[in-house]
Design a protein around this ligand. Structure first.
Ligand code: PRP
Ligand code: ZN
Length: 288
């Protein structure tokens, strides 16, 4: 035990690279991790544990890891005592019912009496129950997508992200059971070890700053002096925009941080109000 904060992430899968990328954006210098179970961070008191994602909620609950990054799908399936600290905005996917391309499934009631293979029996059981459906669930520990071609199930209920796995196995998706994204969890909202809790708060501050920066953009433009008020009313900025003088006395430069998804809906209004030289830049970090 070295007193470092311990973070569990998925060993190999959809969330591995994105989790490491988030940590690197937080300024963490991570040792080369290929095929290792634990790696240390050179410039932060953090050890990263690479584990099977399905085991992460339990390891966090039991204190083997202090915190973990895992999909909501796994958390709801495992029903462990953990607290969600932050949604991380990546690893978005859906738990879906899927069946062989050459079969037909018109309405959800058509699954009554069928066999569904899944690694998410609990979520599926809840879904069937709340929709008054009656199908048989077969629990598998992995490679669910091959169950229909092996003849052990009529349908599968599995995670779909890009859809490649389904396509390669000649399956098509149908009804959605559950939406998920990656989240950061801990056993309780604050850790009992005071030092570790300070480390966690430091890490959380960094993560939140990266997440805010990812969803924001820096907007710059030149505007005629007499349309400044109009332009400021169009900009969906949280804070008051910065206004700067230009060499041309009739013009001003306006800078503001805006939510990325608002840009295209305001661009025409900005132009109509006389804005020119509009630039939209990514933000590396944002401390609030
Ligand atoms: C899920 C699922 C598929 C894959 C689907 O695995 O079991 O294998 O993702 O993604 P795609 O639509 O992009 O092809 P997951 O990453 O949850 O890992 P695990 O099954 O090993 O736990
Ligand atoms: Zn898994």
């Amino acid at each position: 035990m070295n007193g470092n904060l311990k973070l569990a992430i998925q060993k190999k899968g959809r969330l591995t690279e994105k989790s490491l990328e988030l940590l690197r954006h937080c300024g963490l210098d991570i040792e080369n991790y290929s095929e290792r179970l634990i790696v240390s961070v050179r410039n932060f008191p953090l050890d990263i544990l690479f584990l099977r994602d399905d085991d992460i909620p339990e390891y966090v609950q039991d204190g083997v890891a202090d915190i973990g990054i895992v999909g909501e799908n796994v958390i709801y399936e495992k029903q462990t005592q953990t607290t969600m600290l932050e949604k991380l905005g990546f690893g978005r996917c859906s738990l879906m019912l899927a069946y062989p391309e050459n079969k037909e499934l018109k309405k959800i009631e058509d699954i009554n009496g069928r066999i569904i293979a899944t690694t998410y029996p609990r979520i599926l059981k809840d879904y069937l129950g709340s929709n008054n459906l009656n199908a048989k669930i077969i629990e598998l520990s992995g490679s669910v997508e091959i169950a229909p071609s092996l003849g052990v199930a009529d349908l599968i209920c599995d995670i779909v992200s890009t859809g490649n796995t389904l396509m390669m196995n000649k399956l098509k998706k149908s009804f959605k059971v559950f939406d998920s994204e990656a989240v950061l969890i801990s056993a309780a909202s604050s850790l009992s070890d005071e030092k570790k809790n300070d480390m966690l708060n430091d890490l959380l501050r960094r993560i939140r700053s990266v997440l805010t920066a990812r969803s924001s953009k820096y907007l710059m433009m030149n505007v005629p002096k007499n349309s400044l008020e109009k332009i400021i009313n169009i900009i969906p900025s949280l804070k008051s925009p910065t206004v700067l003088h230009l060499a041309d006395a009739n013009m001003l430069a306006v800078h503001a941080v805006i939510p990325s998804n608002k840009f295209w809906s305001i661009i025409e209004d900005l132009k109509a109000a006389g804005a020119s030289g509009i630039l939209l830049l990514p933000i590396e970090n944002m401390i609030q």
